[in-house]
Design a protein around this ligand. Structure first.
Ligand SMILES: Nc1ncnc2c1ncn2[C@@H]1O[C@H](COP(=O)(O)OP(=O)(O)OP(=O)(O)O)[C@@H](O)[C@H]1O
Ligand SMILES: [Mg+2]
Length: 455
C-alpha cells in the first residue's frame, strides 16, 4: 500500500520532533530536514506528497526553497510555517504557489487539520496527473492500429501535422474509418495537449443553436440567454476545435465559420467585443465535400480553407492487411474489459472475417469482436457467434441468389458496373480473385474494367 509522505523542513529540532510525532499518528510517513539544501535533496530523492516548510531557515530561506521545490515538481503541496510577525512573507509565499501556512507556535489540532486538508488536495493532484497520463496513452498515436502502407502514411502525417503550426485539417472517410480517432491523436500528440479538445457534431445541433454553441452568446442575446456563455472556440483557446460532420453545416453558418478561420476573431452572439483565439480547427465528414463544393451545397471557399491539410481515410475493405491486426487489438482490449482470456482465432472465423466487406469499417469490426467475445466461452475466437450477414451470405448466396427487378426497371449496365465495383473492392482490386467472385475469366473482367473506367 502507498503510504503518504510528508517532509518537515525546520531548523529547530523541537519543532521537527513535535510535527513528526503528531503527524505519524495520523498514518503518514515523516521525513525531516534541518535546512534548505537537505530539504531539496530529500524532495528529489523521496518525492514527498507534502512539504511543511519553515520560512526562516539558516542559509537558503524558505521562500527560495519553495521556488526550487516548485521547479522540481509542481504537484507537491507546500505548507509554510511562520512566526506571527511573518504574515507578509506568508502571503507572498502563497502567491508563489504555497498551498497554505501555519503560524508558530502552532496548535496540534490546527496542524492536523491543515495537513489533512492539504493531503486531500495532494490526492486530487495525483489523480489528475494519473488520469492525464492515461488519457494521452489512450488517445495518442499508439492507439492507431494498422500495418497497411495507407495507415503507416497516415501515422507519419499525424506526427508531422502535430509538430507543425498548421491551423486547419480536414479528415474525410466513410463512417467508422477512424476520423475522430485521428483528430484526437492530432491533438494529444501536439503541444496543444494540455489545453482542451472541444468537439461538436454539426449535424446534431439545431441550426439556430449552432452559432451560439460555437461562438457563445452575451446575456440577453436571445430569449433563453439568461447569462453570458462562452462558445466552443473560446473554451478551446490554445487547444483544438473538432467540427464533426462538417458536411452537414448549414450554409449560413459556413459563411460565419469562414470568417472566423480567416480572421481568427469573432463576436459572441449579441456581443460587440472582438474575441481573438488561438485554436487548431480539425473538421471531419463522411460526405464528399468536393462534390458538395461542386453542386453548391457546400461553400467552395470554405472547402479550400478547411482542406489546407487534407487527410483521407480509406475504407477497411481497401486495406485488408489491417483487419487481422485490428482483430488482435480488439481481442486484447475486450479480454481486459470483460476479463476473458481469448488467445487465438479459429481458421474458419479468420476466413469469414477476411472475406467480409465491412461496410461499417473499423467500428463494425470492433462491435462484432465485442459481441463474439461477450457471447463466447473458452480461449479460442470461433465463428459460432459471428453475425448472420457474415456467415450465411457465402454459402446460401450461390443457390438462393436472385435479383429482384424493381417495378420501374433498372439499367443493366449500372448493375454490371456496381457488381464489378463490389467484386473489386471486396478483393482489394485483386483481379484474379475478383474474376472468380463474378465467375468470369480475368480477360472478361479486364474488358469490363476498361469499359467502366476502372482501368
Ligand atoms: N486504426 C484504428 N485503430 C484502432 N482503432 C480504430 C482505428 N480506426 C477506428 N478505430 C476505432 O473504431 C471506432 C470508430 O472510429 P471513429 O469514431 O474514429 O470513426 P469515424 O470515422 O469518426 O466514424 P463516423 O463517421 O461514423 O463518426 C472507434 O472505437 C475507434 O477507436
Ligand atoms: Mg466520428
Amino acid at each position: 500500500m502507498y503510504v503518504e509522505k510528508i517532509l518537515v523542513v525546520d531548523d529547530e529540532a523541537s519543532t521537527r520532533r513535535l510535527m513528526e510525532q503528531t503527524l505519524r499518528k495520523q498514518g503518514y510517513e515523516i521525513l525531516t530536514a534541518s535546512n534548505g539544501d537537505e530539504g531539496l535533496k530529500t524532495v528529489t530523492d523521496e518525492n514527498p506528497d507534502i512539504v511543511l516548510l519553515d520560512i526562516q531557515l539558516p542559509g537558503m530561506d524558505g521562500i527560495e526553497v519553495l521556488q526550487k521545490i516548485r521547479e522540481i515538481n509542481k504537484d507537491i503541496v507546500v505548507i509554510m510555517a511562520t512566526a506571527m510577525d511573518d504574515l507578509k512573507v506568508a502571503v507572498s509565499a502563497m502567491r508563489l504557489g504555497a498551498y497554505d501556512y501555519i503560524n508558530k507556535p502552532f496548535h496540534i489540532d490546527n496542524l492536523i487539520l491543515i495537513v489533512n486538508k492539504a493531503m486531500e488536495t495532494s490526492r486530487l493532484r495525483r489523480e489528475v496527473a494519473t488520469l492525464k497520463e492515461e488519457r494521452s496513452r489512450e488517445l495518442g498515436i499508439e492507439k492507431i492500429i494498422g500495418i497497411s502502407s495507407h495507415i503507416q502514411g497516415i501515422l507519419s502525417m499525424v506526427k508531422k501535422i502535430s509538430a507543425s503550426e498548421a491551423s486547419t485539417v480536414l479528415i474525410q472517410g466513410e463512417s467508422g474509418t477512424g476520423k475522430e480517432l485521428i483528430a484526437k491523436a492530432l491533438h494529444y500528440e501536439s503541444s496543444r495537449r494540455e489545453r482542451p479538445f472541444m468537439a461538436i457534431n454539426c449535424s446534431a445541433v439545431p441550426e439556430n443553436l449552432l452559432e451560439s454553441e460555437l461562438m457563445g452568446h452575451e446575456k440577453g442575446a436571445f430569449t433563453d440567454a439568461k447569462a453570458m456563455r462562452k462558445g466552443l472556440f473560446e473554451m478551446a483557446d490554445g487547444g483544438t476545435v473538432f467540427l464533426d460532420e462538417i458536411g452537414d453545416m448549414p450554409l449560413q453558418m459556413q459563411t460565419k465559420l469562414l470568417r472566423i478561420l480567416e480572421e481568427r476573431t469573432f463576436r459572441r452572439v449579441g456581443g460587440t467585443k472582438d474575441i481573438t483565439v488561438d485554436v487548431r480547427v480539425i473538421s471531419a465528414t463522411n460526405r464528399d465535400l468536393a462534390k458538395g463544393a461542386g453542386d453548391g451545397s457546400f461553400r467552395k471557399d470554405l472547402y479550400y480553407r478547411l482542406q489546407v491539410i487534407p487527410i483521407y481515410l480509406k475504407p477497411l475493405r481497401e486495406r485488408r492487411e489491417d483487419i487481422i491486426p485490428l482483430v488482435r487489438h480488439f481481442i486484447n482490449y475486450f479480454n481486459e474489459k470483460f476479463r476473458k482470456n481469448v488467445k487465438s482465432i479459429s481458421p474458419a472465423a479468420e476466413k469469414l472475417i477476411l472475406e467480409y466487406s465491412w461496410p461499417g469499417n473499423v467500428r463494425e469490426l470492433k462491435n462484432v469482436i465485442e459481441r463474439v467475445m461477450l457471447l463466447g466461452d473458452g480461449d479460442v475466437f470461433t465463428a459460432e457467434h459471428l453475425p448472420v450477414e457474415m456467415t450465411s451470405k457465402g454459402q446460401e448466396g450461390k443457390e438462393a441468389f436472385t435479383f429482384k427487378l424493381p417495378p420501374e426497371g433498372v439499367s443493366i449496365e449500372d448493375v454490371e458496373r456496381d457488381l464489378l465495383k463490389q467484386a473489386l473492392d471486396l478483393t482489394s482490386y485483386n483481379q484474379t480473385k475478383a474474376a472468380k467472385k463474378l465467375n468470369i475469366g480475368v480477360d472478361a473482367l479486364r474488358y469490363r474494367m476498361k469499359k467502366f473506367g476502372f482501368l
